[in-house]
Design a binder for this molecule. Structure first.
Ligand SMILES: [Zn+2]
Length: 211
């Protein structure tokens, strides 16, 4: 089923959201031969912890996406200001429409429409506007989800979860966050696996399903 997707677009409001929400699935898609594009809309320069250069996340996202198998030329980094993506909603929509024609994705992975973070919510809404004719799955970031319908699952092997953990280790500037811990990442993957009778999985909300 997953192997039918050839061009996949991951929309990450901030560098790291794509890896956190769908890192295992991205790694599996690439293993199955998909061409995966990753768009990050903010490098969070205004909230980088003290002691790190302002552009640290630009470097970290390059290393992290490489660990998942994403080609360097498929990584597009925008530098919109964190927490203010809704101020540039139209520009973001136009960016997405421009690439829709170039990439022609058959699967889009983006934050859930129930994600309450203002930047995540903006990317989810503009993503749906731009790709309403495409299959869209919303990824899970439990610390921002008031509710999350586990309507879709991707079964994963240990190697996919290891790749996700290795990618996230590249975000040294974000290492203090609870959700970056390997223990948490594996526990959630096991939880989602238990729901569908396998060892590891990632859950997604079906936003749109084009068969
Ligand atoms: Zn984020």
């Amino acid at each position: 089923m997953l192997s039918k997707f050839k061009n996949v677009l991951v929309l990450a409001p901030h560098t790291d959201d794509g890896e956190l929400g769908a890192g295992g699935t991205i790694n599996k898609l690439i293993e199955l031969g998909a061409n995966v594009y990753y768009f990050a809309f903010s490098t969070v320069e205004q909230s980088v912890p003290d002691g790190y250069p302002k552009d640290i996340l630009k470097k970290e996202v390059r290393k992290a996406t490489k660990k998942l198998g994403i080609k360097e030329e498929n990584l597009i980094i925008y530098c919109y200001e964190v927490r203010k993506l809704n101020y540039v909603r139209q520009e973001i929509l136009e960016d997405l429409i421009e690439y829709r024609k170039k990439i022609k994705p058959d699967l889009v992975l983006m934050p859930s429409l129930h994600d309450i973070h203002q930047d995540h919510s903006t990317i989810a809404k503009e993503g749906l506007r731009a790709f309403k004719q495409t299959t869209i799955l919303g990824y899970e970031l439990i610390w921002n989800n008031l509710s999350f319908d586990t309507t879709s699952f991707v079964k994963l092997k240990k190697r996919h979860i290891e790749a996700k953990c290795n990618a996230l280790k590249e975000y040294q500037s974000q290492g203090m966050r609870d959700y970056m811990s390997e223990d948490f990442i594996k526990s959630l993957a096991k939880t989602r696996g238990v729901q569908i009778g396998c060892k590891y999985a990632e859950a997604f909300e079906v936003v749109r399903w084009v068969i």
